[in-house]
Design a protein around this ligand. Structure first.
Ligand code: NAP
Length: 240
């Protein structure tokens, strides 16, 4: 087992990519703590033998409270996966301030909040791993996603800075940039948009949440002990 007894916190882990990460980590022996706003889905996670914590990553005080509870329950945090994220798409001329603020608050400030609290906990242990789920949209941009692309580009900035800040304490920080992965987030896209996207994917299929989870597992495990500050794409070759 690659993560035997590693205390692993996965934000937005109640469904989609986060849920696939949580389930794979559980199979690999980790003590999995799923943090999410969706209480119903957290109950399902608990039935599978993982621990669920209600958490809105936007609120620093809430993150401090929940992460301290996790430390009490499991004695530390070894792995943090910053996965919680949303979209609120619109062209810039139509985008409201609320749509901008909400996406930045969850996707970017949420990563700041969770990384800030977890790194303090990890520094005491002088070891840890942080994995941030960014997006190829943070690297290449996309019309209608100015809020989302800014947030995901920001996550790459956080990743590179924290990799440098925390390396001396044996904490590695990496990011993953998925392409099009089949989850609720992408289900809502119109069929013609999906078909056009498929034409631009050399591997000729959309990604599964497990495609991302396998890379998160590698980056969380000791198999990647000399890798930090990197952004790795999981996109079927969409961006080459
Ligand atoms: P998803 O299926 O919508 O899952 C996201 C989870 O995050 C949901 O359970 C959601 O809860 C939770 N969440 C939302 N706001 C939160 C908050 N403030 N605090 C804590 N949890 C919160 O989305 P996904 O497709 O798996 O996406 C996961 C990550 O991958 C996101 O960061 C996304 O940007 C990134 N990503 C996805 C794709 C893709 O193609 N799917 C591509 C690139 C990157 P609710 O359901 O209650 O809102």
């Amino acid at each position: 087992m690659l993560l035997k007894d590693k205390v692993s916190v996965i934000t937005g882990g109640a469904q989609g990519i986060g849920r696939a990460i949580a389930e794979l980590f559980h199979k690999e022996g980790a003590k999995v703590c799923v943090c999410d706003v969706d209480e119903e889905k957290l109950k399902e996670v608990e039935k599978e033998g993982m621990k669920g914590y209600k958490l809105d990553v936007r609120k620093l005080e809430e993150v401090e409270k929940v992460f301290n509870e996790i430390v009490k329950d499991f004695d530390g945090i070894d792995v943090l996966v910053n996965n919680a994220g949303i979209t609120r798409d619109n062209l810039i001329i139509r985008m409201s301030e609320e749509e901008w603020d909400l996406v930045i608050d969850i996707n970017l400030k949420g990563v700041f909040n969770c990384s800030k609290v977890a790194s303090k906990i990890m520094m005491k242990k002088r070891s840890g791993v942080i994995i941030n789920i960014s997006s190829i949209i943070g690297q290449i941009g996309n019309p209608g996603q100015v809020n989302y692309s800014a947030s995901k580009a920001g996550v790459i900035g956080i990743t590179k800075t924290l990799a440098k800040e925390l390396a001396g304490r044996n904490i590695r920080v990496n990011a993953i940039a998925p392409g099009f992965i089949k989850t609720r987030m992408t289900d809502v896209l119109p069929e013609d948009v999906k078909n056009r996207m498929l034409e631009n994917i050399p591997l000729k299929r959309f990604g599964e949440p497990s495609d991302v989870a396998e890379l998160v597992l590698f980056l969380a495990s000791d198999k990647s002990s000399y890798i930090t500050g990197q952004v790795i794409r999981v996109d079927g070759g969409m961006v080459i």
